[in-house]
Write a protein that binds this ligand. Structure first.
Ligand code: NAD
Length: 489
């Protein structure tokens, strides 16, 4: 079995690679051409229970290692990932259907995130403060939650792994990771490397399989102390309900329907460049994708012409000269085609794209043409639900007030961007956008590992990952009071 094309991707439980207990499997497909890449363990509640038990027994001794030393182990893992970066990038490119350069960028981003959290081992700060009583000290310390149940989405598999696994580990938790069923190979590869680099067995356990089986079993397991989920708002809501009933700590990083405003004083070429990147890079499979392009009336036609030309010039495929790859699976492709059909029936028109890729060399892959819709009502289903593919929609507004009102008229609140040369508009936008991220003269996407990412409204439950804010998810605070008993001899 080659590491890049394993014929079977097993669970990793207590350091042992193993098939699902029931022997069930599912297939991992290459979204570029629909061919089978590998078989995958299709885990059930029994596998999840074994993984949780393994994590529970490994956690105490992992937590007993001083955080600085846990950070050093993370550094060794990152060094090993660096040494294996080209293999990791090739796996990501294959299983997620990306250009190798994009996959390599994601591998680097995952390593950068790991290095940031390695350093947090030296900064797992509590707080020392004043007391209202004489001869008394008041402070807080951070302690691990225990066993962390992590569930990730398929879109950027290496950073998705890194954003959750590294902070959970440095904080002293043991982990059960439910990988994304479409992109599990990179998680398996990274977990193996982690163990080879010195992570004790059982501290990071991997279970693969369907969300409704392995994922749900993890969410419902009694012995999980903290849950962190990245995925759709629909599933996040269910997880939040279950966690709420059980009073479990939970972090939900969910979907977006992100607005990018183009003002009449914008650099239109720069705005076009960023809209194309925000809407179509990674085939639009970003929670932070720019899916609502709100343009001032006075520049609408000029901007639209430029955007249509730039979109028509995009090349589909995974070769070095291509701009966007396939979406992750056939179900996603069908979902998008149906959504466009519905939008057209309710009065929208397609400015560019709107169909499956026509090129016969792409016909077995899950390729969707980059698509721009116009004429959608702001309350149309396609304006208010995330499509998670290379589809964006244009809206015309008279002025700034109308633009900001429309940007905020969304069930989601993840990110937003404005293109303007006015500092007043830029700051007004930053202050008034109802979202977790506001960008000026850039894309709606792109975040850095030391920054707290997350959204408002249906984009999450208010938590932020990664950044130092992730430490709040993966640790519990304990208040400590120290009383001095005078006289001191
Ligand atoms: P999804 O919600 O269908 O699946 C995400 C993960 O949850 C997968 O591992 C899946 O197996 C699992 N899952 C599915 N049903 C489950 C259940 N009932 N119980 C437990 N786990 C379950 O999402 P998707 O379509 O794979 O991913 C795309 C979504 O992820 C989009 O909505 C996107 O915006 C979101 N996302 C958010 C962020 C963020 O940081 N806010 C980042 C990336 C992706």
């Amino acid at each position: 079995m080659s590491e890049l094309s394993p014929s079977f991707v097993p669970n990793i439980i207590g350091g042992k690679e193993q098939p699902a207990i029931g022997g069930q499997t599912l297939d991992v497909l290459n979204p570029h051409d629909g061919t089978r890449l590998a078989g995958l363990a299709r885990s059930s509640a029994a596998d999840v229970a074994a993984a949780v038990a393994s994590a529970r027994s490994a956690q105490v001794s992992w937590a007993a290692i001083p955080p600085v030393q846990r950070g050093e182990i993370l550094t060794r893992i990152c060094n090993a990932l660096e040494a294996n970066k080209s293999e990791l990038a090739q796996i990501v490119a294959l299983e997620a259907g990306k250009r190798l350069s994009d996959a390599a960028g994601e591998a680097s981003a995952a390593i950068l995130c790991g290095r940031f959290f390695a350093g947090e081992g030296q900064r797992l700060f509590g707080r020392t403060t004043t007391s209202g009583t004489a001869d008394k000290w008041a402070m807080t310390i951070r302690q691990p939650c225990g066993v962390a149940g992590l569930i990730i989405a398929a879109n950027t598999p290496a950073p998705n792994f890194a954003w959750k696994v590294f902070p959970a580990l440095v904080c002293g938790n043991a982990v059960v990771l439910k990988t994304a069923e479409d992109t599990p190979i990179s998680s398996w590869f990274m977990a193996r490397i982690a163990e080879q680099a010195g992570l004790p067995k059982g501290v990071l356990n991997l279970v693969h399989g369907f969300g409704s089986e392995a994922g749900q079993a993890l969410v419902e397991h009694d012995d999980i102390d903290v849950l962190s989920f990245t995925g759709s708002t629909r599933v996040g809501r269910m997880i939040g309900e279950t966690a709420g009933r059980r009073l479990k700590k939970v972090s939900l990083e969910l979907g977006g329907k992100n607005a990018l405003i183009v003002c009449d004083d914008a650099d239109l070429d720069n705005a076009v460049k960023w809209v194309v990147a925000a809407a179509f890079s990674n085939a639009g499979q970003r929670c932070a994708a720019g899916s609502r392009i709100i343009v001032f009336s006075s520049v609408y036609e000029a901007f639209q012409d430029k955007l249509i030309a730039a979109t028509r010039a995009l090349k589909l495929g995974v070769d070095a000269d291509c701009d966007l790859g396939p979406v992750i699976n056939q179900r996603q492709l069908d979902h998008m085609l149906a959504a466009i059909d519905k939008a057209v029936h309710s009065g929208a028109h397609v400015l560019v794209g709107g169909a499956r890729a026509q090129d016969s060399s792409l016909s077995t892959g899950f390729y969707m043409q980059p698509t721009i819709l116009a004429g959608l009502a702001d309350d149309d289903e396609s304006s208010t639900t995330e499509l998670f593919g290379p589809i964006t929609a244009m809206y015309r507004v008279p002025d700034f007030e109308a633009a900001i009102a429309l940007a905020n008229r969304s069930p989601y609140g993840l990110t937003g961007s404005i293109h303007t040369s006015s500092i007043d508009r830029a700051f007004a936008f930053i202050g008034r956008l109802e979202a977790g991220v506001a960008v000026v003269n850039g894309g709606t996407h792109g975040s850095e590992p030391h920054m707290p990412f997350g959204g408002t409204k249906a984009s999450g439950n208010g938590t932020r990952e990664p950044g130092t804010e992730a430490l709040d998810i993966y640790t519990n605070l304990k208040d400590v009071y120290l009383n001095i008993r005078p006289p001191i001899g």
